[in-house]
Design a protein around this ligand. Structure first.
Ligand code: CIZ
Ligand code: SF4
Length: 306
């Protein structure tokens, strides 16, 4: 059944001049048919470079928006338009504007996990891969307002020594990973190294050998001498890590760290979206141009850190 589905997807993909991009947290069946797998920014950059008219973005809404910001002339489709990221809803635009007024000298750094409207209100964007570098690049005397992930924000504060005005946002999936989980897994696999995502709580981060974005985790898995690695992020990444490094063993820090929104996309929905060409994500120019400024400013900070 799924072989037939995959065949139909491949045929239609050629007909529509489409490429399929999949985030590192997508289901294995989606990762296996994707032209590229990666993090939100890496995928948006692939979308911009690709010689394709249609981008089927298998991820969550803010990621497809970022692709649309960077390549407005391509059709960006989501197989399930309801796949959102709850963290995005944790910044209220009016509140951000009023906080800006409270700190007139401030600069706003927005995590990529924000809406296009919030990006348009920000000075610079960042991802979990380059957040430390982005904050280090700001030499203004004023406050830095960091939205919306307080745990990523705290981690960046620790790395840069710069105090920031933090928002009260967080990822509901990464907070499910507890310090007890890490300790339990370390006991079970005493030789294993621990890598965790900066969206994890400070208690979890304290127990890690390395704090890395998903793209950083993929590189680390390739280059590290460790044969066993405990992975503190959404469990979907394990599939890719295991496939790319068959001689190593990867253990999820917590089996509960599953993002339900990331799992909304399946093969059937990819086929439907290629058939219907509906559920397009498009950012209106009025917002796009301002949002792109924040994204481009991030991209201009040297080579993109993994
Ligand atoms: O930027 C992304 O794709 C996210 C949400 C996580 C990561 O570390 O890759
Ligand atoms: Fe959002 Fe967390 Fe899901 Fe990523 S894993 S899309 S940050 S809820």
């Amino acid at each position: 059944m799924s072989e037939l589905l995959v065949k139909k997807i491949q045929e239609l993909k050629r007909k529509r001049k489409a490429i399929i991009l999949a985030h590192n947290y997508q289901l294995p069946e989606i990762q296996d048919i994707a032209d590229y797998i990666g993090d939100s920014l890496g995928l948006s950059q692939k979308a911009a470079q690709a010689d394709a008219e249609v981008i089927v973005f298998c991820g969550v809404h803010f990621m497809a928006e970022t692709a649309s910001i960077l390549c407005p002339h391509k059709t960006v489709l989501m197989p399930d338009i309801n796949a959102g990221c709850p963290m995005v809803g944790m910044v209220d635009l009016a509140e951000l504007k009023s906080t800006r007024k409270e700190y007139p000298q401030s600069m706003v750094v927005c995590y990529v996990n924000t809406s296009a409207e919030v990006k348009a209100e920000s000075d610079i964007c960042c991802t979990s891969a380059n957040a430390v570098k982005v904050v280090q690049s700001l030499n203004s005397e004023g406050e830095i307002i960091f939205v919306p992930d307080k745990y990523l924000g705290q981690y960046v504060e620790g790395q840069t020594g710069r105090k920031m005005v933090l928002w009260d946002g967080y990822c509901p999936v990464h907070v499910k990973i507890l310090a007890e989980d890490i300790l339990r897994k370390k006991k079970k696999h005493p030789e294993a190294e621990v890598i965790v995502h900066p969206e994890c709580t400070p208690e979890v981060i304290k127990l890690a050998n390395r704090v890395l974005s998903t793209s950083g985790m993929c590189q680390y898995a390739r280059e590290s001498r460790a044969k066993e690695i405990i992975v503190g992020t959404e469990t979907g990444l394990i599939w890719r890590l295991q496939k790319e490094n068959p001689d190593k063993k990867f253990y999820p820090a917590s089996e509960l760290a599953i993002c339900p929104n990331m799992k909304l996309t399946n093969l059937e929905k990819v086929l439907w979206v290629l058939e219907d060409m509906k559920s397009e994500v498009k950012v209106p120019d009025r917002i796009r141009v301002k949002a792109m400024r924040a994204v481009n400013r991030m991209l201009s900070i040297g080579r993109r850190e993994i």
